[in-house]
Design a protein around this ligand. Structure first.
Ligand code: HEC
Length: 146
């Protein structure tokens, strides 16, 4: 029974890959430690992310983008999927004259690692038990320089 279940999963993974969609990322599908340097290299030039120490301003501040979501109770796994989706389906032509974000700046395992990393640190709630460095305070709705 277990063998059949595993091969069904493998088949659906192949189908998902075949049509180019990105699937749900499980809790251990990405390694945040590997994602951090990849984020700094591939994303940090356009995005502020306090934990990574990046200062790019072409794209939105990712602490400000995900802090309010965390305060509303979004799970880390949801944020991970949002980030992975943005990497795959980003639009470099926004049609507004504003610069966009090129799709698939990172791929495969690196995309999973980057998504896991961003989800683990972006807009971390100040009321959470442990945090190091700057964090998002749900009570005031503002970033606190930790
Ligand atoms: C060339 C600049 C540029 C680079 C490099 C870049 N981004 Fe972006 N990013 C943008 C812009 C501009 C937007 C807003 C427009 C859009 O949504 O496409 C954006 C939007 C996003 C959003 C959505 C934020 C929200 O408010 O919902 C996420 C998440 C994101 N980027 C993550 C990443 C990650 C992860 C990387 C690296 C793999 C990356 N970005 C690299 C420019 C960039």
């Amino acid at each position: 029974m277990r063998v059949a279940f595993v091969s069904l999963l493998a088949a659906s993974a192949v189908l998902t890959a075949g049509c180019g969609a990105v699937g749900h990322l499980g809790d251990h599908s990405g390694d945040p430690a590997k994602g951090k340097p990849a984020f700094v290299t591939s994303c940090g030039g356009c995005h502020v992310l306090a934990a990574a120490g990046t200062q790019g301003t072409t794209g939105p501040d990712l602490d400000a983008a995900f802090g309010p979501d965390r305060c509303q109770g979004f799970k880390e796994s949801t944020i991970r999927d949002v980030v992975r989706g943005q990497i795959a389906y980003a639009e470099s032509d926004t049609g507004t004259g504003n610069p966009g974000m090129p799709p698939n700046l990172v791929n495969g395992q690196t995309a999973k690692d980057v998504s896991a990393y961003v989800a683990s640190v972006a807009g971390i709630n100040g009321t959470a038990a442990a945090h190091t460095g700057p964090y998002w305070d749900c009570a005031t709705g503002a970033e606190v320089t930790g």
